[in-house]
Write a protein that binds this ligand. Structure first.
Ligand code: FHN
Length: 421
C-alpha cells in the first residue's frame, strides 16, 4: 500500500478516543499513582486480585460511545507504566488473563472495534516501573535489558495475536538520565533513547507484521506522526500529528474520582483547531474500575457527537488552512477549516445578522450554514467578504459553521499589512 493510501484513513479521521484503564483505576487517583505515592510493589500487585469488572461489562460499550461521539479510531492502554497487561502475554504473569478477571480485554476490545467498524489503536508503554533497571540503568543493566526484551516480546505479541491493527501509540520511551527530544510539545528525535530501546529493530518487526500500521513518534524515532500532548501544536507542513487531550485536569488520564472537566466548547474548539492545521484530536476517557464511563465524560462525548452530526463535513478529511485565511482563521469570529474548494468558517463569537471576513482571495460562489436552512447573501468588496441574512442569535450554542463554496483551492493574502486609508 502506498504512503498516501496508508495514511488516508488517518487524514479522514481527525477525531479519536483515547482510553486509559487498568489497575490504577481501582484507586481513583490517576494512572501515575504507583509512582507518585511510592506504593510498595507487592501491595500494588494485590490490586490485580480486585481488578475484575462484572461480566456485564464489555469494551463494546466504549466503542458504541466513541461512534456516538463521531470518533473514527480508538487507542486503548494495553499496558501502562505499572506493567499490568490487559492482554495475554507469555512473558508476564501480571496480566488480566492470569489474574482475577481471567479476561483478555484487548481481544474483547479489538472484536468490538471490528464489529462496529472503527479503527484500532494500541497504546503500549515501553518503560515498566516494576524493574529497578528503569530507575538506574547503570546500576541494574540486566534489569534494564529485561525491560527492553519484555517490550520487544510484548509488542510482537500485540502485533501477532490480535489481527490487523491500525495504529501503535508507544509511550514511556524516556529513560532517567538519557536526553529525550520529545516533550509535551516538542517532537524532537531521541537517538540515544531509540538506541537503548533498539527501536529501529522493534519498528521494523512491527512493520513486517503489520505493513499498513501507523506508528507514533514515541520510540525515539519520528516514524509517522507527532504527538503533542495536552496542547494543540501543529507540526511542520506535510508532517502528520495528533494532539492527545484529557477531558479533565492537566495530565490525569486514568480514572480520578475528583477531576475538573473541561467545558464542551473548549473540547470542540480544540478539535476545530486540530482539523484546521491538518491534525487529529485523541480525546481521553478514564473508565472506572468496573469499565463504566463517568457521566461527565459521557455527556461531553454525546454533545460533541451531536455537533459533529451537523458539522462533520467541516472536520473530517480537512486539509491545512492557508495562513491568514479569513484573517487569522475566520477573523476574530472563530476559526477556519478547508477541504478541496470549500472553506468552513467556525463562528464561536456570533456577530448577529452580518459577518465580515477578510483575507479570502477566492471568488466566493455561495455560502450556507451547516445543518440550518437559510438563504444567505454574500457581497465581496475591497477584499472583504460580507455575509448578510444571518440569524440574530447563533444557531448552535457550541459553534456555527458557515460553509463557503469557492472558485478553487482556498487562497488568502495578508490584509494585516494593507493600510486602512
Ligand atoms: O506518562 C504518560 C501518561 O500517564 C499518559 O499515558 C500520557 C498520554 O499520552 N503519556 C505519558 C505522559 O506523556
Amino acid at each position: 500500500m502506498g504512503e498516501n493510501e496508508r495514511m488516508k484513513w488517518w487524514e479522514e479521521a481527525r477525531f479519536g478516543m483515547f482510553i486509559h484503564w487498568g489497575l490504577y483505576s481501582l484507586l481513583g487517583r490517576g494512572e501515575w499513582v504507583l509512582l507518585v505515592e511510592r506504593i510498595p510493589l507487592k501491595e500494588y500487585a494485590k490490586l490485580a486480585d480486585r481488578f475484575n469488572p462484572p461480566k456485564s461489562f464489555s469494551p463494546e460499550k466504549w466503542v458504541k460511545l466513541a461512534k456516538e461521539a463521531g470518533m473514527k479510531y480508538m487507542i486503548l492502554t494495553t499496558r501502562h507504566h505499572d506493567g499490568f497487561c490487559l492482554f495475554n502475554s507469555k512473558v508476564s504473569d501480571f496480566t488480566s488473563v492470569k489474574t482475577a478477571a481471567k479476561r483478555d480485554f484487548v481481544e474483547e476490545y479489538v472484536n468490538a472495534c471490528r464489529k462496529h467498524n472503527i479503527r484500532i489503536g494500541f497504546y503500549y508503554s515501553l518503560l515498566d516501573w516494576r524493574f529497578p533497571g528503569y530507575f538506574d540503568r547503570e546500576k541494574y543493566p540486566e534489569s534494564f535489558e529485561q525491560i527492553v526484551q519484555q517490550a520487544h516480546s510484548q509488542v510482537r505479541e500485540l502485533m501477532t495475536n490480535y489481527g490487523k491493527i491500525d495504529y501503535l501509540f508507544y509511550d514511556g520511551e524516556w529513560i532517567p538520565g538519557v536526553p529525550c527530544g520529545r516533550g509535551f510539545r516538542e517532537s524532537g528525535e531521541s537517538p540515544e533513547v531509540a538506541k537503548l530501546w533498539r527501536a529501529k529493530e522493534l519498528n521494523a518487526m512491527v512493520r513486517k507484521l503489520q505493513p499498513d500500521i501507523i506508528l507514533n513518534n514515541r520510540s525515539g524515532i519520528p516514524e509517522d506522526v507527532d504527538t503533542p500532548e495536552m496542547f494543540v501544536v501543529s507540526s511542520k507542513e506535510g508532517r502528520m500529528w495528533e494532539t492527545c487531550m484529557t477531558m479533565g485536569d492537566f495530565g490525569i488520564w486514568g480514572y480520578a474520582k475528583h477531576n475538573n472537566m473541561k467545558p464542551v466548547i473548549q473540547l470542540i474548539q480544540d478539535l476545530v483547531s486540530c482539523a484546521s492545521n491538518r491534525g487529529n484530536y485523541a480525546l481521553n476517557i478514564g473508565p472506572k474500575p468496573d469499565g463504566s464511563v463517568r457521566a461527565e465524560e459521557v455527556y461531553r462525548l454525546k454533545e460533541i457527537g451531536k455537533w459533529l452530526k451537523k458539522n462533520g463535513e467541516a472536520i473530517y478529511g480537512t486539509e491545512r488552512t492557508p495562513n491568514g485565511f479569513g484573517f487569522w482563521g475566520a477573523g476574530m469570529l472563530g476559526m477556519a477549516t478547508v477541504k478541496g474548494t470549500h472553506a468552513y468558517l467556525h463562528i464561536f463569537r456570533w456577530p448577529g445578522e452580518t459577518a465580515v471576513i477578510t483575507g479570502i482571495k477566492n471568488k466566493v460562489l455561495s455560502a450556507r450554514i451547516l445543518g440550518y436552512k437559510r438563504k444567505l447573501k454574500i457581497i465581496k468588496e475591497d477584499g472583504r467578504l460580507i455575509i448578510k441574512g444571518l440569524p440574530v442569535k447563533p444557531p448552535d450554542k457550541y459553534g456555527t459553521v458557515i460553509a463557503l463554496d469557492l472558485d478553487g483551492k482556498p487562497e488568502t493574502f495578508d490584509y494585516s499589512r494593507i493600510s486602512l486609508i
